[in-house]
Ligand binder design. Structure first.
Ligand code: GLP
Length: 267
């Protein structure tokens, strides 16, 4: 995994936005996999700025979100539908018909999950998947012990995840028990993964994901088998990594052609 460590989450988020913007400029009809949670918000803000100030064009981009709560209507503020419109979709020129988020209100959840997988396939697969990480090491809502080959399906949240997400709901018991999430196998089929983690409270999940043994007990650890996975971290999230200094050394000595922040001529 390529590990990129920046002093602050803001600086790491700007790099993440450049990686996405470069993809969108190179392939305007690309397919983006998107994530929710507090972590990607500054990166989405930067993409919105690039759209407004630099004309970054999302009109041909297709999106697939990782997950959604079962039983929440899209207009409910805690739904991931509402989150995505609030933080990204309302502010860029993405076409509504090319946005995909699992439907947590689907009467037949199994059919909804199968249709979601089929839609990803029909779109040609996901070019770049944004991921956050839960404090217990989950990606999407693939909790500990999730099959590393799993596909989009219903999952039951752990008490820890309900507690972590209670800040959006008021009380942990108000957080839905069930979710629809892309599977670990679904995520592994994406062509590029961008894992974001910020803050000391993510340091253990990151060391398990990046340097630990591959295990369903740490679903993010399977990303070590992904051919193009980047972990974008701030100092806090990177603080427990054994090879911390080496990752910084590698990033500082990147050849110019491999750098993410491209010089752009005006106009
Ligand atoms: C939820 C989401 C994940 C996200 C995680 C961490 O569980 N389903 O996609 O990565 O929260 O959220 P945060 O970024 O707020 O720490």
């Amino acid at each position: 995994m390529e590990v990129i460590i920046q002093p602050t989450s803001e600086q790491a988020s700007v790099i993440g936005a450049h990686i996405i913007a470069n993809l969108v400029r190179d392939n305007p009809a690309c397919v983006l996999g998107l994530a929710t949670g507090g972590t990607p918000i500054p990166m989405y803000n930067e993409l919105v700025r690039m759209h407004r100030e630099e004309g970054l064009d999302f009109s041909r981009v297709t999106t697939f979100n990782l997950d959604e709560y079962v039983g929440l209507r899209p207009e409910q503020p805690q739904s991931y539908h509402a989150f995505m419109w609030e933080h990204l979709f309302s502010h860029i020129n993405v076409a509504r018909e090319r946005i995909h988020i699992p439907n947590g209100m689907a009467p037949d959840i199994v059919a909804e999950c199968e249709a979601y997988e089929a839609a990803i396939k029909a779109a040609g697969g996901i070019d770049l998947q944004v991921l956050g990480i839960g404090s217990g090491g989950h990606i999407g809502f693939n909790e500990k012990s999730s099959s590393l080959a799993s596909r989009t399906r219903i999952k039951t949240l752990t008490a820890q995840t309900q507690e972590d997400n209670a800040r959006f709901f008021g009380r942990p018991e108000d957080v839905p028990m069930h979710v629809i999430t892309m599977g670990v196998g679904t995520i592994m089929e994406t062509r590029q993964v961008l894992l974001l983690a910020f803050g000391q409270h993510k340091a253990q999940a990151i060391v398990d994901a990046v340097e630990g043994p591959i295990s369903a007990m740490h679903p993010a650890s399977i990303l070590q088998m992904h051919p193009v996975a980047k972990a974008l971290l701030d100092d806090g999230a990177a603080s427990k990594l054994a090879l911390n200094e080496y990752y910084r050394w590698v990033y500082d000595h990147k050849p110019d052609w491999q750098r993410f922040v491209r010089k752009r001529s005006k106009g």
